[in-house]
Design a protein around this ligand. Structure first.
Ligand SMILES: N=CN[C@@H](CCC(=O)O)C(=O)O
Ligand SMILES: [Zn+2]
Length: 412
């Protein structure tokens, strides 16, 4: 099956040769082709170029994209899409003056979601989660990472990871699964941290490995959650099962966690609302990418990741949604890109690089996703007619997407 998209006003993120990510000043460059064509064959990108070189062949399907922008779908490398119920009461509590920390200390927060998840059947969790997955696909996401971490019991964590596996089987988008047993200490382990970490290492991990339920391992490295040493135990244990780390770190405090993550070859360090000069030094010349989550900063009113400082230091940066019931009840990557421009002072070129090729790197899928490159997945956003691609972040509240193509097939 071949599909030819013609008269594309501007085709974004065109990369002739494979790159795995872009860093520092390179992020300001978003290669594009104006008045372009794009040829898809089955689920892959077969060819692209200027309209004057458009192949004159018999084609199964032609799409006329006059006036429209075409770009790779968003690669959302950090979500918690699988959860039960929601936490709108905590939202109102925050409006009335309580902080995220105060709510968590009262038994709300992650433990509130864990209670709900353990009381909900696997089927019901699947049904609630698939609606969110369908929503983000319609908003242009073509690859997504989903974490466990609201089980915090052997059964609860396995239940979440099985739901993620079922979503990956039933939906055409690429889904990467991350084991986040170390998201918070359950109440009964509050004074026995090593006991809970033993449970993660000795009981959860072997079962997860046996059923092949995870690609990555995560922990919430933060004051009041998992210490540097505790997170190091988790990262080392994951590595024994072939699980590379992607770590929540520096959301509220900087406690030298980033250096430890780099030392343990983490693929990504995520959040980084609070970043020191030492953290930036630790990331330089490493393979670890920083992932910023601006919708989380927006929703719970915490600082934004200092993108300019990090890009000026030559670092790569990815953008992700953090879709979860507590700090970010939205997986809309268009809003993420717009908020990165408006609040983090990233240019549209930088933000689109961060949400496509760098997002793919943060899921270890940049060989197949994140750019318009021959042989990569035919995962595309076609916009409504626009003046320029700057409108994508500029019109931050509008839905500018006309269609989403995943594996060469129209989803909307
Ligand atoms: N910070 C840790 N985890 C989630 C929030 C968890 C929750 O509040 O449910 C995050 O990435 O923001
Ligand atoms: Zn998160």
């Amino acid at each position: 099956m071949q599909t030819l998209i013609i008269n594309i006003k501007e085709l974004l993120q065109v990369r002739e040769n494979h790159i795995d990510k872009v860093s520092g000043d390179e992020m300001a460059i978003l290669p594009t082709l104006k008045n372009a064509f794009l040829l898809l064959e089955n689920d892959l990108i077969k060819d692209f170029g200027l309209m004057e070189n458009c192949p004159k062949i018999n084609i199964d399907k032609t799409i006329d994209a006059t006036g429209k922008i075409v770009l790779p779908t968003w690669c959302d490398s950090h979500t918690h899409i699988v959860y039960a119920g929601n936490r709108e009461q905590e939202f109102v509590d925050r409006i009335n003056g309580l902080s995220y920390e105060e709510i968590a200390n009262r038994g709300g927060g992650i433990l509130n979601s864990a209670k709900k998840l353990n009381e909900t059947s696997e089927e019901e969790i699947y049904n609630q989660s698939k609606k969110r997955l369908e929503e983000v696909i319609s908003q242009g996401t073509g690859a997504v990472e989903i974490k466990s971490g609201y089980g915090l019991t052997v059964d609860g964590e396995l239940k979440m990871l099985r739901v993620i596996k079922k979503l990956a089987k039933n939906y055409p988008i690429t889904i990467k699964s991350t084991f986040l047993g170390a998201h918070a200490f359950p109440k009964e382990y509050k004074e026995n941290h090593s006991g809970y970490i033993d449970l993660i290492i000795d009981e959860m991990l072997p079962k997860i490995a046996e059923e092949k339920l995870a690609d990555f391992i995560d922990a919430f490295l933060e004051t009041g959650y998992f210490s540097v040493e505790e997170t190091e135990r988790i990262m080392e244990a994951g590595k024994k099962y072939g699980l590379i780390s992607k770590i929540h770190v520096n959301q509220f405090t900087a406690i030298n966690g980033i250096e430890a993550c780099v030392k343990h070859d983490a693929l990504s360090v995520d959040h980084l609302e609070i970043v020191t000069d030492e953290d930036i030094e630790a990331l330089k010349n490493s393979k670890t990418i920083a992932v910023a989550l601006p919708s989380c900063s927006y929703f719970i009113s915490i600082p934004y990741t200092p993108a300019r400082k990090m890009l000026n230091a030559g670092l790569p940066l990815a953008l992700a949604s953090d879709f979860n019931p507590g700090t970010t009840p939205s997986g809309n990557m268009n809003f993420v890109v717009a908020t990165a421009c408006i609040k983090m002072k990233m240019t549209p070129e930088e933000a689109i690089n961060a949400a496509t090729i760098n997002g793919a790197y943060a899921m270890d899928i940049s060989k197949t996703h994140g750019s318009i490159t021959k042989g990569k997945k035919a995962n595309l956003i076609i916009t409504k007619p626009l003046n320029s691609f700057y409108e994508i972040p500029y019109c931050f509240g509008s839905n500018l997407i006309e269609s989403v193509i995943i594996n060469g097939k129209n989803m909307i």
